[in-house]
Write a protein that binds this ligand. Structure first.
Ligand code: RNT
Ligand code: ZN
Length: 421
């Protein structure tokens, strides 16, 4: 067990070290506390949901592993989310997918209504958290040859347009009932395995379908749409209708959010460079923080260079207010609750490290072409004692410090998760 006294002593020294640079660690902790992450409910059950038991996962995404203790019911999933939230400092949000509706009636995706999410709203009220939304445009028989909103068939498009409309009514309900904006994220798998003849028409159809979905106005304080592009999916390697450039332009022209999923780019592409190129023109961003390993593998987010580049950009360029930080990964080879906690804590730790810097001084040095100071300080800052501030932040927010939280996971496995199998 980490001792409170050692956390306090280390913090005192760290506070002094940062104060020497003009950085106020108490103010930084207060700023970090305000940053909400949106935890993705689907890490808890390998994207099965509750609406269509046993339905296969499709759409070019996949989950591997079979660690015991998967959540199979709404109560099991909310219990696991509660456990995860209790190990993550601060107050956050949870992202749902349409397939997580909780209803006794047999309903299809084009029939869902806000009342089918009352279970989640009641739970969110109890947890004092907000909810984000995602329509589910995959794992369904109406996905024909990997096409939904851009399908050449009107019947297929109409089904998915109706689903999109329903998802907006649900997101509006979340925002209204919980008093905070619900981001409604759209990702569709549409595309071709092999080279298309016609790349233009599917994109024109997608624009028409999306415009139809977003036609009805909802108060923006309740909900706003976000659009997530992608390079490719498995089985959809040659052409993606909703590419990055497509949604970048769609989001700007419709004054909506653009979603950047860190796993959806070529592995050497630095997504953090895109924020400041988009935001001067765009309404805002939604992030799906993920970790691609060689491809869009959706590994659990860890404290690595790609993550710290993302968080440093957000902090240094003052973009947090216009950015919604969601997580999106799915690993079933480890404890699924631990997966959430690892990814969320890594993201917060990376944000904290980014904040603990004399950013204005460095900007001034840069403006005076003092690249020597810039490189010396940014390199030295990497080994400044930000971990002592992180430990203090965890302690002050009533969550376990360091690796102590693993004990809680082991206990939860024993008492709850392993009893499910
Ligand atoms: C798929 C997208 C999408 C999904 C979730 C489940 O490549 O990243 O965000 O991961 O909707
Ligand atoms: Zn995503």
């Amino acid at each position: 067990m980490v001792q409170k006294q050692s956390v306090d002593e280390a913090y005192k020294i760290a506070k002094q070290r940062y104060a020497e640079l003009g950085v106020d660690t108490d103010a930084v902790m207060a700023a970090l506390k305000k940053v909400k992450l949106s935890l993705h409910c689907w890490q808890g059950d390998d994207i099965h949901g509750f609406l269509f038991p046993g339905q296969e996962l499709t759409g070019g995404i996949g989950v591997s592993g079979n660690y015991p203790g998967i959540a199979r019911t709404p109560d099991e999933l909310t219990s696991d989310l509660h456990e995860a939230l209790s190990l993550i400092p601060g107050n956050h949000k949870v992202q749902l997918h349409a397939i997580y509706a909780v209803t006794d009636k047999k309903k299809d995706l084009d029939e869902l209504e806000p009342e089918d999410f009352k279970y989640w709203v009641d739970w969110a009220k109890q947890e004092k958290i907000g909810l984000d939304m995602n329509g589910t445009f995959f794992s369904h028989p109406k996905v024909k040859e990997n096409f939904t909103l851009a399908s050449p068939e009107k019947d297929i498009r109409d089904f998915w347009i109706e689903h999109g409309k329903r998802s907006r009514a649900i997101a509006n309900y979340f925002g209204e009932a919980l008093g905070q904006q619900s981001v409604n994220n759209f990702w569709i798998p549409d595309g071709y395995k092999d080279n298309p003849i016609d790349k233009a028409t599917p994109r024109l159809r997608l624009i028409k379908s999306l415009d139809e979905i977003i036609k009805k106005p909802y108060p923006e304080k309740n909900t706003i749409e976000a659009f997530e592009g992608k390079l490719f999916g498995t089985g959809i390697e040659s052409y993606t209708v909703g590419s990055h450039l497509f949604y970048n332009n769609y989001a700007i022209s419709r004054n909506k959010l653009w979603t950047i999923d860190a796993g959806h780019w070529h592995p050497t592409e630095d997504v953090s460079d895109k924020f400041s190129a988009f935001l001067p023109f765009g309404k805002g961003l939604m992030l799906h923080v993920s970790r691609p390993v060689r491809w869009d593998s959706d590994h659990v987010v860890i404290f690595d260079d790609a993550l710290t580049r993302i968080t440093r950009s957000l902090v240094r360029d003052n973009e947090l207010a216009k950015t919604n930080i969601g997580l999106d990964f799915f690993d079933a080879t480890i404890n699924r609750v631990a997966a959430w906690v690892i990814g969320a804590r890594a993201t917060q730790k990376a944000l904290l490290q980014g904040m603990l810097a004399p950013i204005e001084d460095l900007k001034q040095a840069e403006a005076k072409y003092d690249f020597t100071q810039r490189l010396v300080e940014t390199e030295e800052l990497k080994s400044y004692p930000f971990t002592a501030v992180w430990d203090k932040f965890c302690q002050d927010n009533g969550v376990p410090v360091g690796m102590d939280w693993l004990n809680q996971i082991r206990q939860y496995e024993k008492d709850v998760q392993f009893k499910r199998d």
